[in-house]
Design a protein around this ligand. Structure first.
Ligand code: NAP
Ligand code: G4F
Length: 327
């Protein structure tokens, strides 16, 4: 039975990846932090077979201990402070967790493999946010990185550190440059879920409108359940490498509003949407669109859930969830 360790087990991708690996017969370990993590129950309910181990990406001694207990064949480093807006307000902590945390888990993995590079394979959750002020359209593996947020800068550090461990120590290390991926499990702070929850609550008469920031920004949005499959495929390759994982389509937040409100039969969303500078960012990433050719050709991966279906799935799920919560 192959063994996997996942950091970020309480997050959106951690849950989908656990489900995928368990369905493939893996023994799955998850790193959980804090003495009373509020998401512990969610993980236990959703993926009860996952074995949870205490640790934190900022504490290298905890990572060494967790690796020695889990004895993984594959390490998936999904843990991060992942909310871009928050990273300006907590830039030092974001650098420690999202940036230096990658070095910590790489170093713990190097100690664990003890000179035997065949012992373990490593996945790093890199991000399209690294492209920032994009230098090429669409963005591919070779596109120059130009991050626009403390989060993006921290991800660039983790990305290059992963490549460096591959080149320095022969570690089978892969970096997935994933474009935005969403689901009903997405955190409510992100724009897709903020909109799907608001539309659901408007439909149920629980809320009158929604206040947003820049609605002209464009993102390449896919379904998280599809994207974790690409992570697994990367670690099944003969060599570690870097891959863009994206749909190859881009949509503005206006397009997102169109589909979300159409799901409840509203054609003109303007009366329900206001904008507030508090949701604007000091530096914006205006346009993301990925070129997933390499992932398709080498990994045999392609996205299954199109944008409109994804948005409708999220709104429909939130209507059901909000109806229960409001009872
Ligand atoms: P998420 O839902 O925000 O989950 C982040 C996870 O990181 C949570 O489990 C969180 O645990 C954990 N974490 C935070 N601080 C930690 C620390 N100090 N030590 C250990 N774990 C810590 O993120 P996601 O959407 O699943 O994304 C997974 C990864 O992919 C992240 O690295 C993200 O930056 C990256 N990524 C995401 C996207 C996307 O569109 N979703 C795109 C590209 C890259 P707690 O519950 O304890 O806070
Ligand atoms: O949903 P967002 O907060 O996601 P963002 O910043 O693109 O980051 C996500 O994707 C990255 C991959 O590219 C990940 F690495 C990262 O961890 C995270 O998962 O914002 C999307 C867009 C931005 O342009 C933002 O300015 O939506 C715009 N926006 C407009 N109004 C808003 C809002 N974003 C949020 N969160 N809230 C708003 O009210």
């Amino acid at each position: 039975m192959p063994r996997a360790l996942i950091t970020g087990i309480t997050g959106q991708d951690g849950l989908y990846l656990s489900e995928l690996l368990l369905s493939k017969g893996y023994e799955v370990y998850g790193l959980i932090r804090g003495q009373n993590n509020p998401k512990l129950d969610l993980v236990r309910r959703t993926v009860p077979a996952v074995k949870l181990l205490n640790g934190d990406l900022t504490d290298v001694s905890s990572l060494v201990r967790v690796l020695s207990i889990a004895q993984p064949d594959e390490v998936y480093n999904l843990g991060a402070i992942s909310f871009v807006a928050y990273s300006w307000e907590n830039s030092s902590m974001t650098s420690d967790v999202t940036g230096k945390g990658v070095l910590n888990i790489l170093e713990a993995t190097r100690l664990y493999m003890a000179g035997d590079a065949s012992k373990v394979r490593f996945y790093q959750a890199s991000s399209s946010e690294m492209f920032g002020k994009v230098q090429e359209v669409p963005q591919r593996e070779t596109t120059l990185l130009w991050p626009r947020s403390p989060y993006g800068v921290a991800k660039v550090f983790g990305h290059y550190m992963t490549i460096n461990y591959r080149e320095s120590y022969g570690l089978h290390a892969s970096s997935g440059i994933l474009f935005n991926h969403e689901s009903p499990r997405r955190g409510p702070e992100f724009v897709t879920r903020k909109i799907s929850q608001a539309v659901a609550r408007i439909e149920l008469g629980l809320q009158k409108g929604v206040t947003l920031g820049n609605i002209d920004a464009k993102r390449d949005w896919g379904f998280a359940g599809d994207y974790v499959d690409a992570m697994w495929r990367m670690l099944q390759q003969p060599e570690g490498d870097d891959y863009v994982v994206a749909t190859g389509e881009t949509h503005s937040i206006r397009d997102l509003l169109d589909v979300a409100f159409a799901t409840i039969g509203v054609d003109d969303w303007a009366p329900f949407v206001t904008q507030d500078p508090q949701f604007m960012r000091p530096a914006e990433v205006d346009l993301l669109i990925g070129d997933p050719t390499k992932a398709r050709e080498v990994l045999g991966w392609k996205p299954k859930v199109p944008f409109e279906e994804l948005v409708r799935m999220m709104v429909t799920n939130d209507i059901a969830e909000q109806a229960v919560l409001s009872r």
